[in-house]
Write a protein that binds this ligand. Structure first.
Ligand code: NAP
Length: 286
């Protein structure tokens, strides 16, 4: 293997330590303690683990936790009322509605009701619009994590050919816009892209966010490229990414593994967003 491994676990730990120090300094300076409210409807075990992880990570960096759990038959209106209350609660800097929600609760519609100033997941239409227009705002966590990995490894983006495979609102689209904001020349690919291998071979920076185990082959990688694998796929061999890691690592200059690559960055960037939201709300007159 020739590629340098981009160690997302170590970088996420560094970001979390920085957020912890920044929260302590902010509170010592008289700032209001940042607070993260999570809303979980129902008892889906995977969602409960995610929410628990987010609350635990918040507590570790000094962010106050408001852990709201509603029964699986909670009516839509009740969740809507709760989000309304959290929107006006000054102790809450960030709100996160865990998706998916049970069928009677329209999760995507409720996400849109979150005050954009508290949208620490960066998924409301306002946040997406601010990103599309290149204006300041809260950015989605996994895409921010990808950009942070590139930044910490000094990957040159200005004028670079960046190819993003996947165009979801959650991952591919915001990553492409963030790379564009760093002056990369960005190509977005999807399931109808013609000759995907040839497009990928142009990439100085290749981001795979598809959800298909080891789809990106070694000979799709331009020698010396930086490869970021967002994919998380459960297979008989365990967790694998969207990139054939062993083969790609023979050609790439840098590559993220799965696990311990992009995955750990998501919660780290959520914590950073929550602190940023607390600071911004302090700067905004009520
Ligand atoms: P998604 O909403 O299912 O989107 C997948 C994208 O891949 C779509 O744009 C789709 O194209 C494209 N695609 C599907 N098959 C393709 C093919 N054969 N060739 C080229 N493009 C193809 O998935 P997502 O939410 O973006 O997630 C992508 C992956 O990232 C998943 O494995 C997910 O588990 C992982 N993920 C990881 C994290 C993390 O923290 N590390 C966070 C979120 C997601 P069309 O638009 O044409 O259908």
């Amino acid at each position: 293997m020739t590629a340098q491994i981009i160690d997302g676990k170590a970088i996420a730990a560094a970001v979390r330590a920085e957020v912890r120090d920044a929260v302590a300094a902010w509170v010592a300076d008289g700032g209001t303690q940042p607070g993260l409210a999570t809303v979980l409807v129902g008892d889906d075990p995977a969602s409960a683990v995610y929410v628990g992880g987010k609350q635990k990570a918040s507590a570790e960096v000094g962010i106050a936790g408001f852990d709201h759990r509603l029964p699986h038959d909670a009516p839509h209106d009740e969740v809507e009322r709760l989000i309304g209350e959290l929107n006006t609660d000054p102790r809450v800097s960030g709100i996160l509605l865990q998706l998916p929600t049970p069928p009677q609760v329209d999760g995507p519609a409720l996400t849109e009701l979150i005050d954009p100033a508290k949208d620490v997941d960066g998924l409301t239409p306002i946040s997406a619009g601010l990103l599309a227009k290149g204006r300041p705002g809260l950015r989605p966590c996994t895409p921010s994590g990808v950009l942070e990995l590139l930044r910490r490894h000094d990957v040159a983006l200005e004028g670079a050919e960046a190819v993003v495979v996947g165009r979801s609102d959650l991952v591919g689209k915001p990553i492409a816009q963030m790379l564009l904001a760093r002056n990369a020349t960005v190509t977005m690919c999807h399931s109808r892209t013609r000759d995907l291998p040839a497009v990928c071979r142009r990439a100085d920076v290749l981001v795979a966010a598809v959800g298909r185990a080891r789809m990106v082959q070694g000979d799709w990688i331009k020698p010396g490229a930086t490869v970021i694998d967002v994919g998380i796929n459960r297979t008989e061999d365990g967790l694998v990414g969207d990139v054939d890691f062993e083969a790609a690592a023979e050609r790439a200059a840098r590559i993220t593994p799965v696990p311990r690559g992009v995955g750990p960055m998501t919660i780290a960037m959520l914590l950073r967003n929550t602190l940023a939201a607390a600071r911004a709300s302090a700067a905004t007159p009520a």
